[in-house]
Design a protein around this ligand. Structure first.
Ligand code: ADE
Length: 442
């Protein structure tokens, strides 16, 4: 048995996995250990060329315990969620043979062998950009390849789910549904692909990263408080989401942007309403996005109905109304960042002009680091240098420009992206994050 042969070989696999943004939100668990949700959810997978996790995993008889390095720092793998994933994967591992390297690992060897995991997120961890979704999906996907786990992506999604709920949706590209399932053991709580990324490739997604600070309320404790104290969540899970899931599936199937936008915005708003209905209330949208704004240039509405329209929501709502058909949808996750989904490239360029008008960068910022990802949207918007942002006129839907506030420096940067592919194995050895001689981070 090679695992006991004393030969100090190291076997590695490297994979890349996307993150995802929910357009019908997951909020609330019916089982905390197995991570079973109280409603189905639907997400769009984001292009891993712009937002992704890369993870290398290794096995060697020389390793003395399971270890992980995340973004350059060693972190503990002893947490229950990591352990659940490792246990589930080990129990499904199969024989592995690499004749060239003289490696033979039997199914039984995997019980004794230890793994090293080295992972990088190319975006801020814990800033509400679903890094744990991409991270846990990548951990499960890469280890499944290393251990020769012969399960399809849906079965792997049920393992990733036990690491981080929304990770199950990152096992697929395009448009993905996480079915809540009914079984107590969670075996039917899996992700399925509704359509791949090519099905609706006109969509452009712009993320306004408001802050890379650690979010104040963890999703786990926030969800628990909501399930324990909110009446609204019961109504949402039983009455609202089941209907919205059917409508959203139809909207995606028919590439019906007005329906997609209406459902996406409504569901984001209800998710935040449910957070506010929690005791103590949860505010995910921080100061930057919580400023009071005149709506439709009418301070009258603001006085009678004191809505706290976020500047971004206000910008989107005004423009969509002005065009009489939705050009863009907004959605906010459990963090202050805004995710804006536009109908097509033309709408995305017009959206970016508006965003840069309302949220110009600090004077010392360079344009290249202020708008990252797909730079062609910036060119389509006619923005080639910083002075083009300064020269932007208020959007035509603004009637009284005296009431227009610009929020300089409130956004850290924008990411322009699109629907993207699911996980892939990176076969190019130079992409590996692990030194093949030592089994340690490169
Ligand atoms: N949590 C956040 N990012 C992660 C990653 N890349 N791997 C594992 N866990 C994570």
């Amino acid at each position: 048995m090679a695992a006991e042969s004393g030969k100090k070989w190291v076997l590695t696999v490297t994979a890349q996995t996307p993150t995802n943004i929910a357009v019908i939100k997951y909020w609330g668990k019916r089982d905390e250990d197995l991570i079973l949700p109280i409603n189905d959810s639907i997400s769009v997978t984001l292009d891993p060329d712009h937002l992704c996790t890369t993870t290398s995993v290794a096995v060697s008889p020389a390793f003395t315990h399971d270890r992980m390095w995340l973004n350059g720092k060693e972190v503990s793998l002893s947490g229950g969620r990591y352990q659940n994933c490792l246990r589930e994967l080990r129990s499904r591992a199969s024989d592995v043979e690499d004749e060239e390297k003289g490696i033979k690992i039997t199914k039984k060897d995997w019980e004794k062998l230890h793994v090293h995991v080295v992972s990088y997120n190319n975006f801020p961890t814990a800033a509400g950009l679903a890094s744990s979704a991409a991270g846990l999906a990548c951990l499960v996907f890469s280890l499944a390849k290393l251990m020769n786990v012969k399960e399809d992506h849906s079965k792997l999604s049920a393992i990733a789910r036990q690491g981080s709920g929304s990770a199950c949706r990152s096992l697929y590209g395009g448009f993905v549904k996480w079915i809540m399932g009914k079984e107590e053991n969670g075996s039917d709580s899996i992700a399925v692909q509704l359509a791949d990324e090519k099905h609706w490739d006109d969509l452009v997604i712009i993320i306004a990263v408001v802050s890379s600070r650690q979010k104040e309320t963890s999703s786990t404790s926030g969800m628990r408080d909501t399930v324990e104290t909110s009446m609204l969540i019961k109504h949402r899970a039983k009455e609202v989401v089941p209907k919205r899931i059917i409508q959203m599936e139809e909207a995606i199937k028919n590439r019906d942007f007005p329906a997609f936008a209406r459902l996406t915005c409504a569901d984001s708003n209800q998710f935040h309403a449910v957070c506010l209905d929690t005791l103590p209330p949860i505010f995910y949208m921080n100061d930057t996005s919580h400023r009071q704004e005149p709506f439709f240039n009418s301070s009258f509405i603001n006085v009678i109905v004191p809505h706290f329209y976020l500047p971004i929501i206000s910008c989107v709502e005004k423009w969509n109304r002005h065009e009489e058909t939705p050009q863009v949808a907004y959605t906010f996750d459990a963090g202050p960042n805004a995710v804006l989904i536009s109908h097509n490239r033309k709408a995305a360029a017009l959206l970016l002009q508006r965003l840069l008008f309302y949220f110009p960068p600090q004077s010392d910022t360079d344009l290249n680091s202020y708008v990252i990802g797909d730079k062609t949207i910036l060119k389509d918007a006619g923005i080639h240098e910083m002075k083009d942002i300064e020269a932007l006129a208020p959007p035509p839907e603004i009637k009284d420009t005296n009431l227009t506030q610009r929020h300089k420096g409130d956004v850290s940067y924008f990411i322009c992206t699109r629907p993207g592919r699911g996980p892939v194995v990176l076969t190019d050895e130079s992409r590996s994050l692990i030194n093949p001689e030592t089994g340690l981070p490169k």
